[in-house]
Design a protein around this ligand. Structure first.
Ligand code: HEC
Length: 189
């Protein structure tokens, strides 16, 4: 029931795609809108699940729902949407070489004093003879994230569940304000 409600919201919230040949700034604005929609839904489900049954219960939201929400947002927005990290939990979210490079730049900028909330990147590349607009935005680590991505904050029962689901989990030991990862959006035009 809850799942269906969220799907229908996503499908009705249509996003106007920028015109072909639009300048990058317009694409950047659209990409940010899609990220906002994606992040709001993910956080909403996460918070509700945490309230309902604590972090162990909420793991299933990230485990089952995050990939599903990603696909739904991709389908309804016309953008390809993904999350990645320099320290991924799921191997399915491992970064491509260009994504790794961008995140390393984010880390360098943060080390030089930049606010992680402001870090983003965009470019246009050619793939198979078609132009692709690519956009990445850093995801800062908030307090609630530490329940599952922190160090000592992660409860033993949460740790056990995570270990069984993600034997090669690297997404631990984060602190508030760290860059947890990044959104990756792409659109062919
Ligand atoms: C209840 C536990 C839990 C909480 C709380 C949580 N996450 Fe996660 N997170 C996960 C799980 C499980 C995955 C793996 C999802 C998958 O299989 O795609 C994940 C994956 C991610 C990824 C994708 C990259 C990767 O490592 O696989 C990002 C980015 C991320 N989380 C950021 C956050 C942020 C930011 C917060 C706080 C707003 C947060 N998470 C809170 C459990 C959690």
């Amino acid at each position: 029931m809850k799942t269906r409600f969220i799907v229908s919201i996503l499908l009705t919230a249509s996003i106007a795609l920028p015109a072909i040949g639009a300048d990058n700034q317009e694409m950047v604005m659209e990409a940010r809108k899609v990220i906002k929609q994606f992040a709001t839904h993910l956080k909403g489900e996460l918070k509700a699940a945490m309230k309902e049954g604590g972090p162990v219960n909420a793991i299933s939201v990230c485990n089952d729902r995050a990939p599903g929400i990603t696909d739904e947002v991709s389908a309804s927005s016309g953008w390809s949407v993904a999350r990645t990290s320099l320290k991924p939990r799921s191997t399915a979210n491992s970064p491509l070489p260009w994504e790794r490079k961008v995140m390393e730049e984010f880390e360098a900028k943060k080390a030089a004093g930049a606010d992680p909330r402001t870090l983003d990147y965009s470019d246009v590349v050619e793939e198979n003879g078609r132009k692709v607009f690519r956009y990445m935005k850093a995801i800062p680590t908030g307090k609630v994230c530490l329940n599952c991505h922190g160090g000592d904050e992660v409860k033993p029962e949460v740790e056990m569940r995570l270990k069984s689901l993600y034997p090669s989990d690297r997404a631990r030991g984060f602190k508030e304000g760290d860059i947890r990862g990044a959104f990756v959006l792409k659109r062919t035009f």
